[in-house]
Design a protein around this ligand. Structure first.
Ligand code: FA5
Ligand code: MG
Length: 348
């Protein structure tokens, strides 16, 4: 076989190998073995010196053509393999947007928040504005402007956590009465507001007491507001939240910022009035305090108490939640046990 034929065979074999490979590494191996120093072309070219001087340039240039052809073919194959790999990779990474997504478990508002929302919605429907006040409060608003001067004995009922002598964790949402009265311009008309929020007390935790709990303050101040307005409002709310299954009663009470004052009890859900541990054997559970706004509270906030008067109430939504759902220990609301909380999923 002539050298030229050898070279042609090397070329044909090389082209066949190149065409047959699908893999970049294998292709590189082919390149090295075909075109490298120890490859067949280099070896064949060594035979050139045995040829006649006329044949040498011919065969030499043929060998170069073959080398170029193989190199071009290898490069083209390399591009083809790379393009194929890229296409495959893209195909693999394609996101099928029509597949169903992973299910994310959806939560629901905490049961006490659900009660607060119900109460707030009702009062919005009755034309009240909703205000939110600070939990870290000044003594001035929490006590003094609520007619509880320093050293007033009634402060003992609401001992709390003090940050300084004058700054404390509010014991009630009632400071929002003072804050709102102070700001309201009564030349524009009367005032109807509710203010839900968290309050703190140095209470010993028991089935109906927590050291941190919720209140919803309500305040109506206008001309000609009477105790029957208060009673009607409270009855509307109790029926809205509890239905008519539960009874309620107004019991005379004392608050320094209302006169007269009442506390409202609802039938104990646990014994339905017979008396049990939950209701301390009274048959009733106290759910809110209320009364007619004390003139001193109006005066201290700069409101003319001869012209204006009103009522106020402070609801305990934690107690509402206990009654409504038959939960016999308030502390269950604060343990964050999802098995307990999931029972109040109102999405059904
Ligand atoms: C007050 O806090 C008055 N500010 C309510 C008020 C407002 C009266 C406006 C007049 C006018 P009292 O301390 O009774 O009152 O608390 C009101 C309600 O909060 C109670 O009826 C009860 O439902 C709830 N409550 C009181 N202490 C706790 C506690 N430690 N844990 C859970 N709920 C409580
Ligand atoms: Mg009370």
């Amino acid at each position: 076989m002539s050298l030229k034929e050898d070279l042609t065979q090397i070329k044909d074999q090389g082209l066949a190998e190149i065409a047959a490979t699908d893999d970049l590494k294998a292709l590189n191996d082919i390149r090295v073995s075909l075109l490298g120093k120890k490859g067949p072309i280099t070896t064949a070219l060594r035979g050139i010196r045995d040829l006649s001087p006329e044949e040498r340039p011919q065969v030499g240039s043929y060998a170069n053509t073959i080398r170029d052809e193989l190199t071009t073919e290898i490069d083209a194959r390399k591009q083809a393999i790379e393009a194929k790999e890229l296409a495959q990779k893209l195909a693999n990474e394609t996101i099928d947007v029509t597949l169903p997504g992973n299910q994310v478990r959806q939560g629901q508002p905490h049961v006490i928040q659900q009660i607060i929302d119900e109460v707030v919605d009702l009062f919005i429907r009755m034309g009240y504005q909703v205000l939110v006040g600070p939990e870290v409060e000044e003594d001035k608003y929490n006590f003094e402007m609520m007619n509880l001067p320093k050293d007033h004995p009634a402060r003992d009922m609401q001992d709390t956590f003090y940050l300084t002598d004058d700054i404390l964790m509010r014991t009630q949402t009632s400071p929002m009465q003072a804050r709102t009265l102070e700001k309201h311009n009564f030349e524009d008309g009367g005032l109807k507001m509710i203010s839900p929020g968290i309050v703190y007390r140095r209470d010993t935790d028991d089935p109906t007491h927590s050291h941190q709990f919720h209140q919803i303050e309500g305040l109506v101040v206008d001309k000609n507001i009477t105790m029957s307005d208060l009673k009607g409002t409270l009855a509307t709310m109790i029926h809205e939240i509890f239905g008519t299954k539960f009874n309620y009663r107004l019991r005379p009470s004392y608050f320094p910022f209302t006169e007269p004052s009442v506390e409202v009890d609802v039938t104990c859900f646990n014994c339905m009035g017979k008396g049990c541990d939950v209701c301390k054997h009274t048959g009733w559970i106290e759910v809110l305090g209320a009364g007619m706004v004390h003139p001193n509270v109006l005066k201290m906030a700069g409101v003319d108490s001869d012209q204006f008067g009103g009522f106020a109430f402070g609801i305990g939504p934690d107690r509402f939640a206990m009654l409504k759902y038959g939960v016999s220990d308030i502390r269950d609301f604060y343990l964050d046990d999802v098995r307990f909380l999931n029972q109040f999923d109102r999405r059904g």
